[in-house]
Design a protein around this ligand. Structure first.
Ligand SMILES: Cc1cc2nc3c(=O)[nH]c(=O)nc-3n(C[C@H](O)[C@H](O)[C@H](O)COP(=O)(O)O)c2cc1C
Length: 202
């Protein structure tokens, strides 16, 4: 705080990371990510806020080739890129974090998962590691690899690795679909700040 009722405008580290942190779907598969690094990213998720501080989520770090190649076929990539079936051999993720959540209706759980995932990917990005959160996957296939605890289900998978593609942050007009340009760069259109702001009632 720089004075009564104000916050410092220079506190921009998270904002810079947020600008930089586009989802990555093509990786440098030959560059491995260590389990130690994944545990550091998960440790940021451990410290994240969660409903009633219950800390119900569990995490599986995956770095070995065998398990990565078992996880990969269960994932669905980039629904808007209709002519692309996901990363080729050589550009596939060298690491994953699987987030498990208890089965049930607890309202705060999807929020908890989202916050934990956000802390994880920002921590990863700070270390130069790109990522993509994936919710479209075959849960049965994942459970066979991950040893999901009793009463839990795999809820979100984070694919991780050194980025092997260029991403571009665009300002959206009415079209919010991501796309690739002729130079094979992945563009992500985001709405302007003004478009998101709902003023209080007069
Ligand atoms: C909850 C959630 C689920 C997602 N599921 C998938 C998925 O199944 N497959 C995929 O390729 N991307 C998935 N994504 C990535 C989104 O497509 C991506 O965040 C969005 O296009 C915006 O791009 P950005 O992350 O670069 O800002 C998911 C993201 C979130 C937050």
């Amino acid at each position: 705080m720089s004075g009564a009722g104000t916050v410092e405008e220079s506190g921009m580290r998270i904002h810079e990371l947020a600008k930089e942190n586009r989802s990555v779907r093509r990786f440098r598969q030959e560059i491995s990510i260590s389990e130690r690094d994944l545990l550091r990213f998960i440790d940021s998720a451990r410290l994240a806020p969660c409903g009633a501080n219950l800390q119900l989520l569990r995490f599986t770090p995956v770095t070995d080739k065998k398990h990565c190649s078992q996880i990969f076929p269960s994932l669905k990539w980039a629904g808007y890129l209709e002519d692309w079936n996901g990363p080729e051999e050589g550009e596939r993720p060298p690491a994953y974090i699987i987030i498990h959540a208890p089965i049930g209706e607890r309202k705060h759980l999807p929020v908890d998962v989202g916050i934990a995932a956000a802390y994880t990917v920002l921590s990863a990005r700070e270390s130069g590691c790109g990522s993509c959160m994936i919710m479209s996957f075959d849960a049965n296939m994942i459970e066979e690899v991950a040893g999901t605890p009793e009463g839990y289900q795999p809820f979100l998978i984070i694919a991780l690795g050194v980025p092997g593609e260029e991403t571009v942050l665009d300002e959206a007009d009415e079209n919010i679909r991501y796309y690739r340009d002729v130079k094979d760069r992945h563009h992500v259109p985001k709405l302007a700040l003004d478009d998101l702001i709902v003023p209080v009632k007069e």
